[in-house]
Design a binder for this molecule. Structure first.
Ligand code: ADP
Ligand code: MG
Length: 350
């Protein structure tokens, strides 16, 4: 009875701590926050000026002493203090209306696979410092698979390719564990940079990274499209120094992205080569699941299918897949305990 009341009162939280976006799931409510993992810091006062959406709007627009940081940019926690502040901010946003007597939430956090023990401990510490009663960690590919309702605890193998901002993670999962995981630093951010370079080399046009990302989302693709798409690319002419607009189409952008897309596909192939044959046969049967924002690049599923000959499909709402997975874990921590990362220390319940 007391337990029931306790669980109604606490708002347990699932967090996808992504390199590009942080997504927060609240038990019983679903996804409540989806904001960029960006923190703006004033270098003079060392103070944080903004976090999330507001901080991202400042990127490239701030005076020199205000810098926007992405604390997780390469899929590792490059900046522990900023990560802690960001976690604290997002947890407090959903825990804001809690009365002081309310029990603290339990938090399940998705972390990139392959982070070090020190980093795991750092995330756990940060969550507890940010007000969590207990922090559980789960590797992101595992959370993505759970979010897509793959049978992760079965003996059969499943393959997940999570294309985020900073990293692409390929993982093979079986019996509640990650059998193989490979991380590559070619992902959404690199695709944006490809478009910036392409604009410079091909059109003598200097464009910003935000413009590049908009173009990628509007007309980007990994495989020829059936219908031509066009977009206006605006920047500064490198010769005249004046603003200029160029109309580009999907073929231009495919060319711009080709090298990185190829790397990404090679990475998936390399993971397949390392996978034990029994699991490969399961994967042939179940297909490859694509998650993360990069899975929305048009035709990436077709290209991976063509190159690997394994059926490939994009998760429903791939950007929130990991967060929804942490939510499913929250609902049933006991029976999913074996899919979690073993705790670096037991946080005392208070
Ligand atoms: P992370 O888990 O690292 O935070 P996400 O899964 O949130 O990353 O994905 C972010 C990446 O997805 C960004 O690079 C973004 O540009 C890219 N992205 C989002 N929507 C699309 C789209 N429609 N087409 C291509 N890329 C997209
Ligand atoms: Mg992610």
């Amino acid at each position: 009875m007391f337990n029931r009341l306790f669980s109604v009162l606490t708002r347990d939280i699932g967090i996808d701590l992504g390199t590009a976006n942080t997504i927060v799931y609240v038990k019983g409510k679903g996804i409540v926050i989806n904001e960029p993992s960006v923190v703006a810091v004033n270098l003079r006062t060392k103070r944080i000026v903004a976090i999330g959406n507001e901080a991202k709007r400042m990127v490239g627009r701030t005076p020199a002493h205000i810098v926007a940081k992405r604390p997780l940019v390469d899929g590792v926690i490059s900046d522990f203090e900023t990560t802690e502040e960001m976690l604290r901010y997002f947890i407090s946003r959903v825990h804001l209306h809690a009365l002081p007597i309310m029990p603290k939430p339990q938090v399940v956090i998705g972390i990139p696979s392959g982070v070090t023990e020190v980093e795991k401990k750092a995330v756990e510490d940060a969550a507890v410092a940010a007000g969590a009663r207990r922090a559980y960690l789960i590797e992101e590919p595992m959370a993505a698979a759970i979010g897509a309702r793959l049978p992760v605890q079965d003996p059969g193998g499943s393959m997940v390719v999570d294309i985020g901002g900073g990293t692409t993670e390929v993982a093979v999962i079986s019996l509640g564990g990650i059998v193989i995981s490979k991380s590559l630093r070619t992902a959404g951010d690199e695709l944006n940079e490809n478009i910036v370079s392409y604009a410079r080399e091909r059109f003598n046009l200097h464009i910003g990274i935000r413009m590049a990302e908009d173009i990628k989302i509007a007309i980007g693709s990994a495989y020829p499209l059936t219908e031509k798409l066009e977009a206006a690319m605006r920047g500064r002419d490198l010769i005249t120094g004046l603003p200029r607009e160029v109309i580009v189409d999907d073929a231009h952008i495919r060319e711009a992205l080709a090298k990185s897309v190829k790397l990404l596909v090679e990475h998936v192939k390399a993971a397949i080569e390392e996978t034990p044959p029994e699991l490969i046969s399961d994967i042939m049967h179940r297909g490859i699941l694509l998650a993360g924002g990069g899975a929305l690049l048009r035709g990436i599923d077709i290209l991976i299918h063509e190159q690997t000959r394994i059926p490939t499909y994009v998760a429903d709402d791939p950007i929130t897949c990991v967060a929804r997975g942490t939510g499913i874990v929250l609902e049933d921590i006991e029976s999913l305990r074996d899919v979690l990362v073993p705790s670096q220390f037991e946080t005392r319940p208070r």
